[in-house]
Design a protein around this ligand. Structure first.
Ligand SMILES: [Zn+2]
Length: 80
């Protein structure tokens, strides 16, 4: 384990998680919204991050981070 900077709030934390404890709940909720949005609208919806942000209420910084996520790559590969 190493110190990491939380991508949501900028706090430093010590954990194997992607985000700090304070942001964990919001992170899980946003990931669920992100996932169901893609399931509803298809992978192509990811080409327009701004629209996704408006529709889901997830800020575009977090959306861009999810789009680079390994879990997301797996989702894309499974759909193809
Ligand atoms: Zn945080």
């Amino acid at each position: 384990m190493e110190f990491k900077k939380c991508p949501r709030c900028g706090n430093f934390f010590h954990s194997d998680l992607e985000v700090c404890q304070n942001c964990k709940t919001n992170e899980i909720l946003d990931m669920q919204k992100f996932r169901s949005y893609i399931e509803t609208n298809g992978i192509r919806a990811c080409e327009n991050v701004q629209q996704m942000s408006v529709d889901t209420g997830i800020n575009s910084k977090n959306l861009n981070r999810y789009l680079l996520n390994d879990e997301f790559s797996e989702m894309v590969n499974n759909k193809l």
